[in-house]
Write a protein that binds this ligand. Structure first.
Ligand code: F6R
Length: 605
């Protein structure tokens, strides 16, 4: 979603802002803009990528030691130069960048139009900057107080940075339900959607609280105010630039790097969980009769794996809800429920809202997140951090397998708390979990070449079907999601037993059907489902453990993965599916790190 970067300091702002915007590209966007201030504001905006903006700026005035930059993911108004940020007020005195959605923008716009304000864009964000100016003019307020008043009128979510040309070197920043962090350094101050845009000069960080306005002046200590203009304090924490610096290394893309990093990321998750103070969580779990898992997209698929695992090993009822649907299905939430929100970014608006609904009903909440200090981590009563390291590729890969690793550890903990497994069995599971990084490593080694080869057989397909049973069903839907989001091939995942109830009508000669066969009690059944599609001349690609025997001539291509205990299969089987989607997308020449229309962090509902 939209990305914000702003700077006020001793150095030229333009290169700092462009560098920051490039780092925010992973969030997904369709236009970019920049405003630097040197007496007046030099505003440059372009539909397309940050590089298009850079080319457009060549030879133009971009001078100034203060500036605001933005990448926009279109919501209100299409992606074009006019709708790109920054936006300015009518007098051009105020310049603003915004991330979020102003839900009541139409009513506000009507009021402002009535007062002779004219608009240059279709965006809700322009309404906000005009509203600040309206307050300034009508009530003769300072910029900060006018911003506070305007934000009190806003329904929805926002992260904003505002500059008033009449207040030299000042930036005002505020947030509600959209992320915004401030970096402080000797050479200047930064404001951004993500601390990874700060440079080495940033020495401290402020995770701005909800509805707090930060006032930043070049070379001065920041000051903080409520929207009613009462001074308040914010925590200022040390910041280590090296911890957030990321690079592709020798890989051709972040996504490929992240796929290959999984050996390390699952091991970090497992170690993190082992060090986690599980006593408190055990106490919570003791009273729990039902778990409701809520999440979106890939994280929701992790939730479905958790449903299978926790029900099987800990005998606890688990329900999985899309976070965007949770508010319509929360009527029976009660004191003996635990709501678990799973999120890579920790900023997904729907998941955040679902946890807030649960909290408002007095229900216990737990978050499984990767994004440290993210909004979801702050809302939940308890947090399990994945420690997978920042994920830049928009399609989630390493965060997914880290979510699954954390879920396995959680399953063991619940089974222990509920006394559903013998100590011997628990020890055995922990022993196997410790071997997981080695299994992941082996899987990467054995499946890459074959996945790359099989990709040639899929790249020209119009659509593909993914089939699974039991624990491999959620992996089938995740495999299908990966293929569709990065290669743009239509793909659906089904429980293989569902085939006969409709989807089999789609099966025709050469349709790629990717079937995932587990080395457990589901194997025989899924093999007969494969026979059914093979009989209709589909092109069958089987992903299976090496200890599973397939009947002859049933598969056109087989990708073997190591023979692991079946509860580790969701992690192990995901890897060849990620690689298959990756190499298919590569053959099609897609932008894999930043697929069209997608955003890494979906901060609007
Ligand atoms: C797919 C993908 C998305 C996210 C979803 C939730 O590869 O990345 O489906 O899983 O948008 O995001 P988080 O996990 O950040 O809440």
């Amino acid at each position: 979603m939209c990305g914000i970067v702003a700077y006020s300091g001793k150095n030229e702002a333009f290169p700092i802002l462009i560098n920051g915007l490039k780092k925010l590209e992973y969030r997904g966007y369709d236009s970019a803009g920049i405003g630097t201030v040197n007496g007046s504001v030099h505003l440059h905006k372009r539909e397309g990528k940050v590089n298009d903006l850079v080319s457009y700026c060549a030879g133009k005035n971009t001078s100034g030691k203060i500036g605001l930059g933005h990448t926009r993911w279109a919501t209100h108004g299409c992606a074009n130069n006019q709708n790109a940020h920054p936006h300015q007020s009518q007098s051009k005195r105020l310049t603003l960048v915004h991330n979020g959605i102003i839900e009541n923008y139409e009513a506000l716009k009507e009021m402002l139009t009535f007062h002779d304000f004219n608009f240059e864009s279709d965006t809700d964000s322009e309404v906000l900057v005009q509203l600040v100016e309206w307050y300034q003019i009508r009530y003769k307020l300072s910029t900060r107080v006018a911003l506070g008043r305007a934000l009190q009128d806003v329904q929805g979510s926002y992260a904003v940075v505002l500059h008033d040309t009449s207040v030299k070197y000042q930036l005002l920043a505020a947030r509600s339900e959209s992320p915004l962090v401030i970096g402080l350094g000797e050479e200047g101050h930064f404001v951004s959607s993500d601390s990874m845009t700060f440079d080495h000069s940033a020495k401290s960080i402020i995770y701005l609280e909800e509805k707090v306005i930060a006032e930043l002046h070049q070379n001065e200590e920041p000051a903080f105010y409520t929207l009613d203009d009462i001074t308040i304090d914010q925590d200022i924490l040390p910041f280590d630039y090296r911890k957030v610096a990321v690079s592709k290394g020798d890989f051709e893309s972040y996504t490929l790097k992240e796929i290959f990093e999984q050996k390390l990321s699952v091991s970090r998750t497992l170690n993190g969980f082992s060090n986690y103070n599980s006593e408190e969580l055990s106490k919570v779990l003791d009273d729990v009769d039902r778990i409701i898992i809520t999440a979106c997209g890939t994280s929701c698929h992790s939730g479905i794996v958790a449903e299978y695992l926790i029900e099987k090993y800990a005998h606890l009822n688990v329900e999985v809800e899309y976070a965007s649907e949770m508010r319509y299905k929360c009527h029976t939430l009660g004191k003996r429920d635990l709501v678990i929100g799973i999120s890579q970014s920790g900023e997904t608006a729907d998941t955040k809202m679902a946890l807030e609904i649960a909290k408002s009903k007095g229900v216990k909440t737990l978050a499984i997140v990767n994004g440290v200090n993210s909004s979801i981590a702050r809302i939940a009563d308890q947090v399990i951090y994945l420690k997978a390291g920042i994920e830049i590729g928009v399609a989630s890969t390493k965060a997914f397998t880290s979510q699954l690793s954390a879920i396995l550890m959680l399953t063991v903990l619940i089974a222990k708390t509920k006394n559903t497994l013998t100590q011997e069995r628990l020890d055995e599971m922990i022993f196997e979990l410790k071997k997981l990084p080695a299994y992941v490593s082996k899987t990467l080694a054995v499946s890459e070449k074959i996945a790359r080869r099989v990709a040639y057989h899929i790249a020209d397909a119009q659509s593909a079907l993914y089939l699974g049973r039991g624990l491999s069903f959620p992996i089938a839907i995740e495999g299908a999601l990966k293929l569709k989001e990065i290669s743009y091939i239509h793909a659906e995942g089904y429980p293989s037993g569902e085939m006969k109830h409709g989807p089999i009508a789609l099966v025709e000669e050469d349709l790629p059907v990717i079937a995932i066969v587990n080395n457990d009690e589901s194997a025989a059944k899924i093999i007969s489902n494969i026979q059914e599609v093979k009989a209709r001349k589909a092109m069958v690609i089987v992903v299976k453990n090496e200890d599973v025997e397939l009947p002859r001539n049933i598969a056109d291509h087989v990708i073997n993965v190591p023979a692991v205990p079946s509860y580790l299969n969701p992690i192990i089987q995901s890897i060849p599916l990620q690689l298959l989607a990756y190499y298919t997308a590569k053959l099609k020449g897609c932008n894999i790190d930043q697929p069209r229309n997608l955003a890494k962090s979906v901060t609007v509902e």
